[in-house]
Design a protein around this ligand. Structure first.
Ligand code: NIG
Ligand code: ZN
Length: 426
């Protein structure tokens, strides 16, 4: 599914130009072309420039054409941290949290992640494919063209592999690209309670080799947290994963300051995620090591926890990415506008920084800054067209989806106007 397309007359062509993560101050420069156009051939961006120059050089009759007059055009969003393949739901936990129970208390008394594990083990592949497909549709409508998805609701061989296979199949059949992460060490399964070291050995000896051999995942992740997996256990698993060719990621310093950020820097992890409690040293280490700090404000919001120090991280020269953390427990949302609003209104992240965090830095957080995340020649033709003239409308139109069209590999794959005009015959 690759297209030949010209998008012309964009009021703002927000290119986010670059081929690697943007750190600190670099995050503010969106490299906008006013009255811009982009040419896509065989799904790949061929040329970017002023509309007048582009139309002098290329014959519109040879292409599909989208007129983006009075619209802002941006790179497709990259949602770089999700758990979107899971069985069952946990709405009762949300009510318990409203009553005052904490996420960890619920987990300690046998709820939380292991609850979703039971439902995911029971779910057939077809059921996971169907719910996964619907969630991808919802993401696409929010302008997401690449999503990272984690396993971690199996915690046994069969279900971990089943989750990754479901993502592999969805990746082949759905316009949204999926980057797969193996999160076998997401929680301690009931039959391994008190035997965490043994469980890590099981993951290393029995699951990781096949995941690597079958290329079922690009990344390996772990929930490095007090009461879950220690820094030592995380180091052991992620070093092994590196030997098998999987790149490390961590759920780090989410609830307790454990040294996850420091470990991410030590291991040269691609990203460390959550970081609500990351220490000053951890942040400094990450900035120096070039680890992307993936911030998940929807989770802090939903858990009523203090937000991660995104402003401080950017000021310390970190590369910050923003993601939804879509999962059935701590943050059940595909909503990019929600993430945008929280980051800008409550974390002192500027609108420009938030755009960078959801595009080129999201791409860097999944190791793909060279092929997606910006409107640059040679990259995939993954583009979002807003129904407004400026990117500034994204957080300003609070909590509302401002995406009108989504282009994937040069093909129009979502068009809000088209859908509404069909439904309402207007
Ligand atoms: N914190 C650990 N893992 C997920 C939550 C998973 C769940 O509650 O089901 C997260 O990233 O928020
Ligand atoms: Zn997560």
């Amino acid at each position: 599914m690759e297209g030949n397309l010209i998008i012309k007359n964009a009021n703002e062509l927000v290119t986010c130009s670059g081929f690697k993560a943007k750190q600190g101050k670099e995050m503010s420069d969106l490299k906008i072309i006013y009255d811009g156009a982009v040419v896509i051939e065989d799904g790949i961006i061929k040329e970017v420039g002023k509309t007048e120059e582009i139309l002098d050089k290329y014959n519109e009759n040879d292409y599909e054409v989208i007129d983006a007059k009075d619209k802002a055009v941006l790179p497709g969003f990259v949602d770089s941290h999700t758990h979107f393949v899971f069985g069952g739901y946990r709405p009762e936990e949300f009510s318990w949290r409203l009553r005052g129970d904490s996420y960890m208390e619920i987990m300690e008394r046998g709820g939380g992640i292991v609850n979703s594990v039971e439902a995911t083990r029971k779910a057939s592949k077809e059921e996971l494919l169907e719910t996964g497909r619907k969630r991808l549709n919802s993401m696409l409508a929010f302008g997401v063209t690449t999503v990272e998805g984690k396993s971690g609701y199996g915690l046994d061989y069969d279900t971990e592999i089943k989750q990754l296979e479901v993502m592999e199949e969805l990746d082949k059949n759905h316009p949204v690209d999926i980057v797969k992460t193996f999160l076998g060490a997401h929680a301690i399964p009931k039959d391994y309670k008190g035997k965490e070291d043994e469980f890590i050995d099981f993951i290393i000896d029995k699951v990781l080799p096949d995941v690597a051999e079958r290329k079922l995942a690009e990344f390996c992740d772990i929930f490095c947290e007090k009461g879950v997996f220690s820094v030592e256990q995380s180091r052991k698993l992620l070093n092994k994963a590196k030997e098998y060719g999987l790149k490390p990621k961590l759920h780090a310093d989410e609830i307790v300051q454990l040294g996850g950020a420091e470990l991410a820097a030590e291991l040269g992890a691609v990203s460390a995620d959550h970081l609500l409690q990351a220490s000053d040293k951890g942040v400094k280490d990450m900035a120096e090591a070039g680890v992307v700090a993936t911030i998940l404000p929807g989770t802090a919001f939903s858990l009523k926890e203090p937000y991660a120090r995104a402003r401080y991280m950017i000021d310390q020269n970190c590369a910050v990415a923003l993601a939804t953390d879509l999962n059935p427990g701590s943050c059940f949302t595909e909503s990019i506008p929600l993430i945008f609003s929280l980051a800008t209104l409550y974390m002192d992240v500027t609108t420009e920084e938030a755009i960078t965090a959801l595009t080129i830095n999201g791409a860097a957080a999944v190791g793909r800054a060279d092929t997606i995340g910006s409107i640059d020649v040679g990259k995939k033709g993954d583009i979002v067209i807003l129904e407004f003239p400026s990117y500034k409308y994204i957080p300003y139109h609070i909590g509302v989806n401002t995406v009108e069209k989504v282009v994937k590999n040069g093909k129009l794959v979502y068009d809000k106007e088209e859908i509404y005009s069909k439904m309402f015959k207007i």
